[in-house]
Design a protein. Structure first.
Length: 517
């Protein structure tokens, strides 16, 4: 054991580089096959990022789904803008860039775990588990602002732990900065204020006005664009917060404490499973709760003096705060919590290794093999953890576009689409303007509802001279089926069905306009 520890210490930097490369391999595994989810949010963000690179700077970030007048920070747009610029609009280039940044987290995990345990072995274990984690790889290639929480949430707890240990003002500054950047990533991550507040209260004897000023100034710097938005638009976020807290309708079923408890257990179980045993969520969840319970139940005796375990537990259990305000219904609100759990799991394996090497190696092997197999088998489908329209992958969408051009045979054609959100063609407009023009040299015209005011209102209106028309129907998940009936009825009134094909759950109909018959 001692010889192994000395060897790992000696070669830890080299091994960490290898782990980083492993992380890149697993994140990039399916990117050549264009296996990323690309829906409305991604199309919208691509347009905004390219507006930034054209000189139209932004301070307003992506809107919070389902909450009016509520917006995330604008940082995400500036992170992806260079990748869209150098990639000439290619979303896959952006996925490579974001997954590279995600893979860098292995170094932060190693640093924090090494600081907590003083040993290279558990630090390398934590980094390795993160490198192959199914959840981590899903976040890595997800083109959406909450994915940045994987970078910034761990920085909150790195800073918090270091301040509690060393009481340096620098760590309060990085704490304020990390918390602000987490909110920039996803406004709902504000709930981490609860464990932050608890630990600052715990160390209140070491905090003076100067320390508070340092932390607050760093935080305000990080959220400055959010504050500018509020000043510019008249503090509209207050209305959004009110809506968020009081949005339950009178006739809706009342949500009881037990409902929250079940939702919390399911969501937390999924976080555990997606990092331990993603093939069977119930089994992975039980394993995770078992590891968590071991440390909670031994907190008063075995770990009563362990600041490290206490910080990890408050990090992981912070999700209870989110669940109490219905956050358990948002899959990504737990972003970053998996990292804390991975560190706790590595500590558990390390402690087990000191008692029984075979069991520890068995647990580690199971985690690595199962997660690696899940990444290889599942990530070809895109970001399935988060996607509502699961077949809205770039690979399927480009097959739809190829189909329309190939069947148009170089002649002008028109398109219409049934989309989520309803009647907003942003996704398809972006893909035709990026991929269609580059590959086939021209754009289709648009025969659907007016797109004025929508990003991607750049397809010319059909003039009735087109001899071929295509009706694109997205994955119907999240789209009321009645709109498919309405849409097909409208299409039948103006065109005749020639043929139909599907790519996953995406449907494309080739039609002939009746005025061309």
């Amino acid at each position: 054991m001692k010889d192994l520890s000395l060897m790992l210490e000696k070669y830890s930097k080299f091994l960490l580089i290898i782990i980083f490369v492993v992380a890149l391999v697993f994140r990039w595994w399916h990117l050549p096959a264009r296996a990323i989810t690309f829906g409305f949010d991604q199309g919208r963000d691509a347009y905004v990022a390219q507006e930034i690179t054209s000189g139209d700077l932004k301070i307003l970030g992506p809107s919070v789904s389902g909450v009016p007048n509520f917006y995330h920070g604008v940082l995400y747009y500036y992170v992806i803008a260079p990748a869209y610029f150098f990639g000439h609009g290619n979303p896959i280039v952006v996925a490579y860039w974001l997954s590279f940044l995600n893979a860098l987290v292995v170094f932060a995990i190693y640093f924090l775990t090494k600081k907590m345990t003083g040993k290279a072995l558990p630090a390398l274990l934590a980094s390795l588990i993160f490198a192959v984690s199914f959840e981590a790889t899903q976040y890595a290639t997800w083109l959406s602002n909450p994915a940045m929480g994987v970078w910034f949430v761990p920085l909150i707890y790195v800073s918090l732990y270091l301040w509690l240990k060393e009481k340096k003002n620098l760590y309060l500054a990085t704490l304020g900065l990390a918390y602000g950047l987490s909110i920039q990533s996803d406004i709902s991550l504000a709930y981490h204020l609860v464990p932050i507040g608890f630990w600052l209260w715990y160390g209140r004897k070491e905090i003076g006005r100067r320390q508070i000023l340092v932390a607050v100034l760093a935080f305000l710097t990080a959220v400055s664009t959010l504050l500018l938005v509020e000043v510019r638009f008249g503090f509209k976020a207050l209305e959004g917060i009110k809506h968020l807290l009081t949005s339950q309708q009178i006739n809706d079923p009342k949500i009881l404490l037990g409902d929250y408890a079940i939702a919390y257990a399911n969501r937390m179980g999924n976080i555990f499973a997606h990092n331990l045993f993603p093939f069977i969520s119930a089994f992975g969840g039980l394993l995770g709760f078992g590891i968590l319970a071991r440390y909670i139940f031994n907190l008063k005796k075995v770990y009563k003096d362990s600041l490290e375990i206490k910080v990890l537990l408050t990090w992981i259990l912070s999700y209870l705060v989110a669940a109490s305000v219905a956050g358990s219904n948002i899959p990504h609100i737990g972003v970053g919590i998996g990292v804390g759990f991975i560190i706790l799991t590595s500590v558990f394996i390390w402690e087990t290794y000191k008692k029984n090497r075979a069991i520890a190696l068995g647990i580690l092997s199971l985690i690595l093999i199962v997660n690696g197999a899940k990444v290889v088998s599942e990530n070809i489908k895109g970001q399935t953890i988060f996607a509502i329209q699961t077949d809205m992958t770039l690979s399927n969408e480009l097959k739809v576009i190829d189909y329309t051009y190939q069947h148009a045979k170089g002649k002008p054609f028109s398109i219409n689409s049934l989309t989520s959100p309803l009647f907003i063609n942003t996704t398809w407009s972006y893909l035709y303007n990026w991929y269609g023009v580059k590959t086939y040299g021209y754009l289709p015209s648009w025969s659907g509802k007016s797109q004025v005011g929508s990003l991607g209102d750049n397809l010319t209106k059909a003039d009735g001279q087109e001899t071929t028309h295509f009706y694109i129907v997205e994955d119907m998940e999240g789209i009321p089926s009645i709109y498919l009936t309405y849409g097909l009825g409208e299409e039948d009134a103006h065109s005749t069905l020639i043929g139909e094909t599907t790519f996953g759950k995406l449907k494309v109909q080739e039609r002939r306009p009746k005025n061309a018959e």
